[in-house]
Write a protein that binds this ligand. Structure first.
Ligand code: ADP
Ligand code: MG
Length: 348
């Protein structure tokens, strides 16, 4: 049996692209978001605005759907768990809880004998004093971070004073990896161990925000296979249902590390819309709604550029695109610095 009415928590561009993919499959989307201006309301069938703790509105949302998924991680576990008592939530709420906590996430990955950066938990300011061998490092809030938010590069202990860090929150201190490259691998896992995997994508960041992605990634065969192998092992271990992305670091000595896992569709996978027969969004819908799995076929190499802040403006003024270029406007009302406003994929 497949599901026809899909609830999506979160109303950003990932919600928009999930809604567009669902439409193609005749699946109705109902989005719940705490942002009254959520851009995905332009793409879904029904939109509910409410706080993630508003029980009444959540119950109303749940009554309209057959199954629930989410397009960002930072949703209170209690909310997902309560919804899951009434309608299935996929990926499972326990997976979201694990991954939204940077330390639990890295502990889990290390238990699989998969390499991550070296890390240590920081509960109070004085914890930093004895940790010189983790410097230079990056101090990150253990929860709620995205696009580099809540992150502080620390070279010397003095830097802690400069940033005026709020130690009422919990942090993780990660040793800085001397990066050669960053890549990501996207997997969609269906029931019964069946999965589809996209080839590794090479990513470049600017100010800790993804700027540029491309396939093929310029990496050697060993890293190509190892990154796919690790992504599959993670998806299997979690008994994951839906699309998942694993972000990797490659250091100057060609060592591979898992940076983090995203229990959702991912920005680096936007190019799958044009470069594959089935996008990461469509595959996610297929997996969570129990639809048929279609063998994945790559149609073209591709690159994707994120349009951040006012970089969107010229494209909104009807710039002429070539046949191999695809422009996506997230229809966000307000242009803000550091905000992802749209993207362009070029098939190459
Ligand atoms: P977010 O949740 O904001 O995506 P990430 O942990 O992925 O946080 O960090 C964002 C980016 O910052 C990474 O993609 C990478 O470019 C850089 N970065 C983060 N941690 C490290 C590290 N330990 N070593 C080197 N670069 C890092
Ligand atoms: Mg990241």
């Amino acid at each position: 049996m497949s599901y026809k009415n899909l609830g999506i928590i979160g109303g950003g561009q990932l919600g928009s692209m999930l809604s567009s993919a669902a439409k193609k499959l005749n699946i109705k989307t109902i989005i719940y978001s705490d942002d009254i201006n959520a851009p995905a309301q332009n793409f879904c069938d029904e939109f509910i605005f409410g706080d993630y703790n508003d029980k009444k509105k959540i119950i109303d949302f749940v009554s309209k759907v057959d199954v629930v998924t989410y397009e960002f991680e930072n949703i209170p576990f209690e909310t997902l768990n309560e919804i899951n008592q009434i309608k299935t939530v996929l990926p499972k709420p326990s997976i979201n809880r694990l991954i939204q906590h940077r330390i639990a996430e890295k502990d889990f990955i290390n238990k699989l004998n998969i390499r991550t950066t070296r890390y240590v938990e920081i509960k109070k300011k004085s914890d930093m004093e004895t940790l010189k061998d983790f410097l230079p490092g990056i101090l990150k809030t253990t929860t709620m971070g995205y696009d580099g938010k809540g992150q502080y590069p620390i070279t010397r202990l003095k830097d802690v004073e400069i940033y005026k860090i709020d130690f009422s929150k919990d942090y993780i201190l990660e040793k800085l990896v001397k990066l050669k490259k960053e890549i990501s691998v996207i997997v969609t896992r269906f029931d019964d161990k069946k999965l589809e995997i996209y080839e590794p994508i090479e990513n470049s960041h600017k100010n800790q925000i993804l700027k540029f992605s491309k396939i093929p990634a310029e990496i050697n065969e060993k890293l190509f296979e190892q990154s796919k192998d690790w992504a599959i092992r993670i998806a299997e271990e979690l008994k994951y249902i839906g699309t998942l992305c694993v972000e990797f670091f490659i250091d100057k000595n060609e060592n591979l590390y898992v940076n983090e896992i995203a229990p959702r569709v991912h920005n680096s996978g936007h190019l799958t819309i044009n470069a594959y027969n089935v996008s990461q969004f469509e595959n996610h819908i297929r997996a969570v709604c129990s639809l048929e799995k279609i063998p994945l076929k790559k149609l073209s190499n591709a690159k994707m550029i994120n349009l951040i802040g006012d970089e969107i403006e010229p494209y909104r003024k009807n710039i002429k695109l070539n046949e191999n270029e695809f422009f996506f406007d997230y229809l966000k009302k307000e242009v803000k610095k550091k905000r992802k406003m749209g993207h362009i994929t070029t098939l190459i």
